[in-house]
Design a protein around this ligand. Structure first.
Ligand SMILES: Cc1ncc(C[n+]2csc(CCOP(=O)(O)OP(=O)(O)O)c2C)c(N)n1
Ligand SMILES: [Mg+2]
Length: 383
């Protein structure tokens, strides 16, 4: 029996009900921080998700606070001219943190340029993550050591790499789960469809995690797709899709956690769409006021993932002033480290730009390298 039918049967539902996302989306905690009654969680048969335990939530909340602080610190460093570019995930931190924490050390994460907070939550040192955004080096960490690919700027290429890695891991007999991150705009790329189809046909343990933050730079989601939701796209490939409140850390951990378990047991791939919002401009090169209204941003302010989790954990007596102070101090330490490191000018070697692009350099690159070497020498001679 095909694997999806088997999973559907284990939940006591039809294959269609298994592959299609729940009606609406999964949400466990209200924007005010209250645990929602089961009938308001958006769950339908086979799409029920238990609440993660307090220890898991507190650990994730800590990453959320650090992630928000790093987002805001980096935003400031760019404005001060100390960093080249920073695509902030302010407002999306719950999705970022959950993407990393649902995985084990043996798994692999494939992030985009927006997913710095996920890479941090995966355990990569903050300064190493920021190296590429400063323009100092292609990638500041060792992808193999952290089982976290370099953050991808070419849209959606990372999903093909994610699928390829999952296939390779299977051939090696490993039980690795791979999570590939992508934005709403990225789902319009051919690579998205190819990656999903390949993963589905070969039943690979890949989670396609789409952060639908409503915009691809200035292009709104309504101009991106006519599908009822991005999660609905999964069914066309025979992949199970789920839609989750992307600002609800508890719901994200529950949905992604189950997707990881099912993938590990051979029930993958999965597509999870997080319903979230980009609170700041696309990058420092973008003026968001030119294509969206303040009222829309204010509406999402109300759904802030951090405030929601803080309220819930405080009400549950898991978080108190002492714990909150300790977490805030940890976040401040990370921010201070970033500020100090970005105030020092590293000595860079421009010619290194050409290294590691290809194993064997193309004649064109060799010529460009020679040209730059000559220009640098001339400059040096003149100074
Ligand atoms: C292949 C490719 N085409 C175009 C671009 C330019 N580009 C950079 S970000 C972006 C928008 C992507 O939007 P989305 O996938 O929703 O991610 P978000 O930035 O919202 O996180 C575009 C078109 C690119 N980086 N790569
Ligand atoms: Mg987007």
């Amino acid at each position: 029996m095909p694997w999806a039918e088997q999973s559907a049967q284990s939940f006591g539902i039809t294959i269609e009900d298994y592959l299609l996302p729940t009606h609406g989306r999964i949400q466990l905690i209200s924007p005010e921080g209250a645990l929602l009654p089961v009938e308001e969680q958006g769950s339908t048969p086979g799409h029920e998700y238990p609440m993660p335990d307090h220890e898991t939530l507190l650990n994730a909340y800590r990453q959320l606070v650090i992630g928000r602080r790093v987002n805001d610190q980096n935003h400031a460093l760019v404005r001060q001219g100390r960093m080249a570019v920073y695509p902030s995930s302010h407002g999306q931190e719950a999705s970022e943190v959950a993407a990393a924490l649902c995985l084990d050390a043996r798994d692999w994460l494939f992030p985009t340029y927006r997913d710095t907070v996920a890479v941090l939550a995966r355990g990569v040192a903050p300064l190493d993550v920021m190296t590429s955004f400063r323009g100092d080096w292609h990638c500041g960490y060792d992808p193999i050591e952290h089982r976290t690919a370099a953050q991808s700027t070419p849209l959606t290429t990372q999903l093909l790499h994610a699928v390829g890695l999952a296939q390779a891991a299977r051939l090696k007999g490993e039980d690795t789960v791979v999570l590939g991150m992508v934005g709403d705009g990225g789902t319009s790329e051919g690579d998205f469809h190819e990656a999903l189809n390949f993963a589905a046909v070969f039943k690979l343990p890949v989670i396609f995690f789409v952060q639908n933050n409503k915009y691809a730079i200035s292009v709104p989601i309504a101009k991106q797709t006519a599908a009822p939701s991005i999660a609905h796209k999964a069914v066309g490939y025979g992949v199970a899709g789920e839609r989750v409140d992307g600002n609800d850390l508890a719901a994200l951990l529950a949905v992604l956690g189950r997707a990881v378990s099912l993938c590990r047991e051979g029930g993958g791939p999965f597509l999870v769409e997080a319903d979230t919002y980009r609170m700041q401009a696309h990058t420092n090169a973008d003026d968001a006021t030119r294509y969206r209204h303040d009222e829309e941003v204010a509406e999402w302010q109300h759904k802030d993932p951090l405030k929601r989790m803080r309220s819930y954990l405080t009400e549950a007596n898991v978080l108190n002033d002492d714990v909150e102070t300790e977490i805030t101090e940890a976040a401040e330490n990370v921010a201070r480290g970033l500020r100090e490191a970005m105030s020092v000018q590293p000595e860079l070697h421009p010619l290194e730009l050409f290294d590691h692009v290809y194993t064997v350099q193309t004649p064109q690159l060799a010529a460009q390298r020679a040209q730059l070497a000559e220009e640098l020498e001339r400059e040096g001679a003149g100074s």
